[in-house]
Design a protein around this ligand. Sequence first.
Ligand SMILES: Cc1cc2nc3c(=O)[nH]c(=O)nc-3n(C[C@H](O)[C@H](O)[C@H](O)COP(=O)(O)O)c2cc1C
Length: 398
Amino acid sequence: MTRNSWFESVAIAQRRAKKRLPKSVYKALIAGSEKGVSYVDNLTAFSELGFAPHVAGLSAKREMSTTVMGQDISLPVLISPTGVQAVHPEGEVAVARAAAARGTAMGLSSFASRTLEDVVEANPQTFFQMYWMGDRDYTARRMERAKSGGAKGIIVTLDWSFSMGRDWGSPTIPEMMNLKAMLRLAPEVITRPSWLFDFAKSGSIPDLTAPNLDDPQNETPAPTFFGAYGQWMQTPPPTWDDIAWMRQQWDGPFMLKGISRVDDALRAAEIGVSAISVSNHGGNNLDTTPAPIRMLPSIVDAVGDDVEVLLDGGIRRGSDVVKALALGARAVMIGRAYLWGLAANGQAGVENVLDVIRGGMDSALLGLGHSTIHDLSPDDVVIPPGFTRELGVPARHK
Ligand SMILES: Cc1cc2nc3c(=O)[nH]c(=O)nc-3n(C[C@H](O)[C@H](O)[C@H](O)COP(=O)(O)O)c2cc1C
């Protein structure tokens, strides 16, 4: 009898991923930072919000399509860029195919294990994610490469402050996958035969390089994940002038990811970004930064007419998406939810996650009596007193 690999919730996909992945790989996906306060808040904040449903006069059809950064997508859920390796042999290409099959766009991390070109072939609706690394010349070359590789837009992620140390310990990740590293990881890998079998079948091992970070000017091999991370750590952090310069260099859709404060959202709007994502990097960065859903309403209020406001962090079900849209997000991006799907069942697992989310959105829209996501409003949700956080609101906006 073949095991039914379909799952009905993201929580079940996560449990399967935990069983299937070597411990270090699973821990790398859980990630988090310091005490894990933001990681937990991202999830609990959605549970604090309730719904205000109707019982009759509901709509027989529910419409979910929208546009984000110039791309028509069939549901307001995009793939957030994640720089993770070794989850599945097809990695980001499997994710891109799944997103394309379900009609949505893909954010590809700079630290991804597959090339932009391969991912664009699998899903032409791909945005390339960049960090501020190296000097302006190197950055310009990488943006040119993103353009020639077919990226439809770029996502510049700014919320990273190299926080180190987790109270539950960090995974052991080797610098590169050589014999020595494989022997060291053997005891945890040997207990995960299906993961090992998938890689064996594909004839590859996780190589832990970052192929999108090679410098188009020098014909050097792609840097290792940690080599590139080291270069990034040594780069002085960008100024707003640097970001404005980057925006000028890129003549297409441009998102700033990682905004928490109203004053930063206003600066982003001033430099002419197309979109922002209200985000705390999935709780992986500066711990105790509040959940993005708490910060969303004040940011939408300040810049919602000028830029597309997205949210990422803590989305695990369709009802979470509906709550975010009701509080003003145009769309959301998901991170761990699709990583659990990828780990559990490859491309089909990511499609499964998107289907679960779509199904949950459909139920919520039905209950709330809406025929389209565009009719959602704060009136649809129960917001407990003290739920929201308004960070950095300039006096003129109060
Ligand atoms: C393991 C892992 C790796 C990530 N790597 C990146 C990255 O390379 N670039 C980036 O912009 N965000 C990265 N993120 C953050 C995600 O894009 C997104 O902000 C976050 O996962 C959203 O929270 P969620 O996982 O609760 O959906 C990463 C997140 C995780 C969990």
